[in-house]
Design a protein around this ligand. Sequence first.
Ligand code: PAZ
Length: 311
Amino acid sequence: MAEVDLVAEFPRPAGAARWAEVMARFAARLGAQGRRVVLVTSGGTKVPLEARPVRFLDNFSSGRRGAMSVEAFLAAGYGVLFLYRARSAFPYAHRFPPQTWLAALRPAGPPQAGLLSLEAEEKALPGFAAALRSYQEAATAGTFLAVEFTTLADYLHLLQAAAQALNPLGPSAMFYLAAAVSDFYVPVSEMPEHKIQSSGGPLQITMKMVPKMLSPLVKDWAPKAFIISFKLETDPSIIINRARNALEVYQHQVVVANILESIHSSVVIVTKDSETKLLLTEEEVAKGIAIEEKIVDNLQSRHTAFICDRN
Ligand code: PAZ
């Protein structure tokens, strides 16, 4: 879809131009260091049903896949641009919902010289200090940039800007498109201005199909990059065919196929000529290993081969 169509169909969010600059600077700096950079998209998009929206169409995605994958990519040395749904899972922080640290942390005496001291029983917040350290290392090294979206329009504009920022990195750029993006939307021109009244009786809405952004991404926005899309289904009998069909239609490199019931324990990495099942054993679950570590490890090797091939 050409840029002009995107703007016409989906209002450009406030701040999109500024984020485009920030993302371009981030990618250029890490590219100049010779670092690989991955765009991780994460969480679900929100689709308004009214022009002054009270109601929305949304989906189940928690953002956990994206957040865990960011941690694995940073540990592997990638620069990470994280395009995520506001208030969905955030790297390092998602393991510690407020009720865990609100109960465990307490002030360790009055602030001194502007420094606030907090303390907690070590076993009340296992992994907390390590998570803080990992996050702060990435922040200090400047290898992590988080950009929020809420609505489908935000997501589409920011995805395009992120792709344009990463395009100059050629094959060193990876796109890891784990967000659950709505397939349906109500065009602005067809939205009721005010809140839909329940006194009007049962509601019928006709929604338009959201254009598939994978097509311009692969063809025009970042044609040299290594591109991974995700495919979620609830029917295991169709998943591999749907993944193969996406590879055929969009001509990108990898589809990560997952089934709703087992998204966090099993996936299949599908390419033009291979299918690799990744599974977590009970032992691995007990050790706290996440499926995302296996996905990222697998994709990192494929990315290395892709870069060698292109060079
Ligand atoms: O965000 P989450 O951890 O709850 O779920 C991850 C996921 C299932 C949204 C992701 O793995 C995925 O398949 N995304 C693409 C969904 C799709 O458009 O088919």
